[in-house]
Design a protein. Structure first.
Length: 179
């Protein structure tokens, strides 16, 4: 497996609507494995293909991405995922994103979702998700439509978060120059 390059905001690949995948084959499975490895290395719980520069409808996730107990992990591979039902009930969750490092914000999402997708072996599946899994699915499927979690924030909150991201990057760059 390989660790892939992670694209960060404001890279334009993050704003592109992704294309459906035609078939699941060995090449796609290698890519799915690389995406999962990248997600774990970067300490995420979800990763969408555009975050690694590929505009295909593919996500990987793990709602229990334990570093200490790798046997407790629950990786999922979803090709062409589509939300086919959303609950009326909403929840707030403090979200982050590997493409907006070290930033978090409260986002309102549907409490439950039902998702249709193709799995790692090319089989059609459906899952009814709630709690963290429902949040991750909505967040990652948004990526496939060029939507970032910051798009769910008010203009003021988004501006504050992006200013904090800019400062974080400046501080990080200063730290590199000292080395």
């Amino acid at each position: 497996m390989a660790v892939l390059k992670l694209y960060e905001y404001p890279d334009e690949v993050l704003r592109q609507k992704c294309e459906k995948v035609g078939k699941v084959d060995d090449e796609l499975r290698r890519f799915l494995d690389d995406m999962l490895e990248t997600m774990y290395v970067d300490k995420g719980c979800g990763l969408a293909a555009p975050q690694v520069g590929v505009t295909k409808r593919i996500i990987v996730l793990d709602d229990n991405p334990s570093d200490e107990d790798k046997s407790a992990r629950r990786p999922m591979f979803l090709v062409n995922p589509e939300i086919i039902w959303r609950s009326d009930e909403m929840v707030l969750f403090n979200e982050g994103c590997l493409s907006l490092p070290e930033q978090r914000a409260e986002v309102e999402r549907h409490e439950k979702v039902r998702v249709h997708y193709i799995d790692y072996n090319g089989n059609e599946q459906e899952i009814l998700a709630d709690d963290l899994l429902a949040i991750i699915l909505q967040h990652e499927i948004d990526h496939l439509d060029g939507v970032l979690y910051i798009d769910h924030l008010s203009r003021l909150k988004r501006t504050r978060l992006l200013n904090k991201l800019s400062k974080y990057r400046e501080d990080k760059e200063r730290g590199k120059k000292k080395d």
